[in-house]
Design a protein around this ligand. Sequence first.
Ligand code: A2H
Length: 253
Amino acid sequence: EALGPQEYTALKMEVSQWGERAAEVAKQLPEGSRTYFVAATLRPETMYGQTNCFVGPAIEYGLFQINEKDVYLCTDRAARNMAFQGVTKERGVIKKLASVKGEALLGTKIKAPFGIHPEVYLLPMQTVLATKGTGVVTSVPSDSPDDYINLMELRKKAAYYKIDESWVQYDPIPVIETPTYGGMTAEALVKKLKIQSPKDALLLAEAKDQAYKEGFYSGTMLVGDFKGQTVQEAKPKVRDQMIAAGLAFPYAE
Ligand code: A2H
């Protein structure tokens, strides 16, 4: 764990179509409002490769009125932090419109900022922590071992996880090349460390560490406006572009 505050990029993923299971909560939102799932990431430069987005099925989320039109979906804890980081009009003040459990969000379709796939589905991930970030994790299975193994698990056991097979159809997309692992760093590390399931916590922590170091220190962008540049150069530039476009904001905790 870092000693100082962790600086995330909070990615705004607008709902394009609520899933059937979210009908109840969708009804509680003001007419004409736009709802965004807010995902905290440390790797904004990978967002071209989003294939899904994860929530914890048992986690309780809130929907928060941010301004006249915009509603953010995240944990209460993250909303409170945001209210003290200048996200709301009045410091420390945030209005909760509704609560919803993660499992009701599965199958909702959202926009993926900068994504090669412009829209992605909400899926369950058992290991999402309610105590970190926003409780919403955007999935980049090419570069995140956690995202990769979880996608493979869901594909193998779609019925068990009560998801539709059409929600897991996007394959990982190569967006960053590393000298050791090529364009699919996460997949290569999952295979190298023989990780079998999302429950292999220790091995996944090791894979995550290696993927991060390899990507950050040796990675080159394969796509996007900074194609050919190193990850170290591109990361702050992609982040700035997202923020300038109103698709992200800084979030720390
Ligand atoms: B990262 P740190 Cl491509 N529960 O974003 C579990 N995981 C969470 C989370 C939560 N509540 N909130 C955020 N995360 C994930 C992209 C990514 C990430 C890639 C590669 C590695 C990676 C796409 N998923 O993280 O504990 C988010 O996934 C590995 C460092 O604060 C976030 O960045 O260090 C990262 O964990 C934050 O982890």
